[in-house]
Design a protein around this ligand. Structure first.
Ligand SMILES: [Mn+2]
Length: 424
């Protein structure tokens, strides 16, 4: 299925009057509205190929129907999202789940949908059919050199696929760790992992980046070998200038101050990528902004402040991606909501009165500091986000149009009710 331009235009013309009134009202108090709108229009958030189907939990999986069964169908789904919001113009592939049969065909299909290839993701957290060695006790940390080599070779193969497609980054997330005290020698596990990462790093093309993603726990429950931002930064620093830390919002211990983490990583020039999602308890993979929208804003506030301090381009300076899994919502609806929440937080961060905040900080005016941030957070910036979409040829209300066009019903008709997204 495709969303046609006339369908978007019809939808927009029906909502145009109300939208314009809201935008005009908001713009009275926002002199920099135009600048914010153009930054929003440029901002793109990559969609991971695994977020297009039902992820399920370890207790069960409830397929929603019409899920993409091939790489081509996953790209079609992201093409639909991008047509609706013009903010999802990149796909992040997962190897081996998304190995292209023909690079040229896949690149042509991406171009048709206006998509580029974001960071490539390797997988050494599960065993694949026919694999010589098991990752049950880790991959890059493994006590057996042959297992480590298999993990290294896999990552190098992922880079090769990415080069063919025009990607320029590799994200390495390892589930390596231990579940019981005494199971691992922490230092040896770190050193083995570092050595393995160094071998992969050596195979990176000169224009590529490597993102080292950390996670506090799960699937290992006693220790994780890349467990927090300190450990990730240690690896990234030892690896070299092409290696960066990747922050996934769901990968912290409860109540971690993520905004402070991103601020310091940016200061060190070592924040490379970002995975959006939301959670109440752990790595819940819920819709971005659905549980803690204020936290999302505070994080974006630090991202914008820190990137501006370094003169970084907001769009290309970091790898922006959603990393979520869906069990009760339609994955495409969830992704539309996530992108909207991210754009709102970004817009709010752009509107923070930084001069006033700096002054209030210098005067230790704590109450004023809070007022400045919350004044912005409580401003309804949705008309700015909608205007950026409108100018890009997308829908004023993507979710509403998604439902009106019966996108899911169409996909079920095309693909069937009982489908399983590859890799899940
Ligand atoms: Mn992630």
């Amino acid at each position: 299925m495709r969303v046609e331009k006339y369908q978007i235009d019809d939808h927009n013309s029906q909502l145009q009057g109300k939208h314009q009134r809201k935008l005009d009202n908001l713009s009275v108090d926002i002199p920099q509205a135009e600048e914010v709108i153009s930054k929003l229009a440029a901002f793109q958030i990559a969609i991971p190929s695994w977020a297009l189907g039902t992820g399920g939990t370890r207790f069960g999986r409830f397929s929603g129907g019409g899920e993409p069964g091939s790489l081509e169908e996953k790209m079609e789904d992201i093409g639909l999202l991008h047509a609706l919001n013009q903010s999802s113009g990149a796909i992040s592939l997962h190897i081996p789940w998304d190995i292209p049969q023909n690079y040229q065909d896949i690149k042509a299909l991406a171009a048709q949908h206006g998509l580029s290839f974001d960071a490539m993701n390797s997988n050494t957290f599960q065993d694949q059919a026919g694999q010589a060695h098991s990752y049950k006790f880790g991959s890059m940390q493994h006590v057996d050199k042959a297992v480590r080599k298999q993990a290294v070779d896999h990552n190098i193969e992922v880079i090769r696929h990415g080069v063919e497609l025009g990607s320029d980054a590799l994200t390495v997330w390892l589930s390596d760790g231990s579940s019981f005290p005494g199971q691992l020698n922490f230092r040896k596990a770190f050193q083995n992992t570092l050595e393995s990462l160094q071998e992969v790093y050596a195979a990176l093309p000169s224009n590529w980046k490597m993102f080292v993603e950390y996670k506090a726990f799960e699937p290992n429950f006693y220790s994780t070998t890349v467990g927090d931002w300190g450990q990730s930064l240690l690896y990234a620093s030892k690896l070299g200038e092409k290696a960066y830390t990747l922050v996934d919002l769901g990968h912290h211990l409860p109540n971690a101050n993520i905004e402070q983490i991103v601020s310091l990583l940016l200061m060190e020039g070592k924040l490379g990528g970002f995975h959006f999602n939301d959670s109440k308890y752990g790595d819940d993979d819920l819709t971005a902004g659905s549980i803690k929208p204020y936290q999302l804003f505070l994080i974006f506030n630090e991202l914008v402040e820190g990137m501006d301090a370094k003169g970084m381009d907001h769009t290309t300076g970091l790898g922006w991606m959603i990393d979520a899994s869906h069990n009760v919502k339609d994955p495409l609806e969830d992704l539309l909501q996530s992108v909207e929440a991210i754009m709102i937080a970004y817009a709010q961060a752009l509107l923070v009165d930084r001069k006033a905040l700096n002054e209030a900080q210098a005067q230790n005016d704590v109450a004023r500091c809070q007022e400045i941030l919350q004044e912005t957070f409580r401003t309804d910036v949705r008309p700015l986000v909608a205007e950026a979409r409108l100018r890009g040829g997308a829908a004023l209300q993507p979710l509403e149009l998604f439902r009106k066009l019966k996108v899911r019903e169409n996909l079920i008709q095309e693909r069937g009710l009982k489908t399983v997204a590859t890799g899940l």
